[in-house]
Design a protein around this ligand. Sequence first.
Ligand code: ZN
Length: 305
Amino acid sequence: MAIKKALGIDIGGTKILYSVLDANGNILSEIKKRPTPKSAEEIISVLKSIIEEYYDEIDVIGLSSAGAVNLENTMVLSSTPNLPKGYNSIDFSMLSDKKVFVENDANCAVWAEYKSGAAKGYNTVLMATIGTGIGGGLVYNGQLFRGSTGNALEVGSMKIFADKRQKCTCGRYDCWESYASGTGLKNCAKIGALSYPEFKTSMLKDKKPEEITTYDITDGVEKGDAFCQKTFEQWQEYMFVGLVSLTDIFNPDCIVISGGMCEFVDIENLQTKINNESVVTSVTVKLAQTKNNAGMIGAGLLALQ
Ligand SMILES: [Zn+2]
């Protein structure tokens, strides 16, 4: 029997990334990119032309997208502001006579890490993707955990305080992602600039607190700036607080974290702290390996399931 192949396509807010994959997550063709069109109709026609390009060599098509995906894995019911109007009425199964499977990007990412990345060989894998917000995914006993409507693991929306300290971009207060994401790091810097004495001698001292970027902080951490280090410590503490709760709830044997700023996180220390505080058995913490290809690889692999 011929080896089954999938076309993995990652529909991002600015670009569409795609390539052909095998069932082990090996990338078999050049990874190509196209800009994400501004209308739903154009997205459909771009996806059709990508599928057409590889039609003869593939068995299935897997799509990764932001937003909540229906239980049938055919539609994205609520999308993000980055994707155009009408996107949530696209029936992706109509794109081809071959199987087309769509899944949420964070779910695709955890599946990619579980099957071919940092969490290969583990059984219950929790992933947190630290970007502007925080996305989450869980593989439970070798299966993707989707919840009753496919929206499980919205970990970024987990509340961590009850006394309305900080407004989140979603309009509510004190979501974990308003403290432990990229936006969260900026919030930590803004608050720290007003309260840490180290700010007065920091390389960032002439910046307005609200104008400090995540790059400013990680750059300062690398250069040994005391204010940036203290701010980054505080941010890591928020990351730890969320991850230890999630560890107690799901009892994973592996936690994978991803996102640009995670390169600076002290993974070993994070793992030690989680294991010291968690009430469940020990967990291994790792950095993601599939990175920018996570959505594309995970979508392709899920479509082959
Ligand atoms: Zn929120």
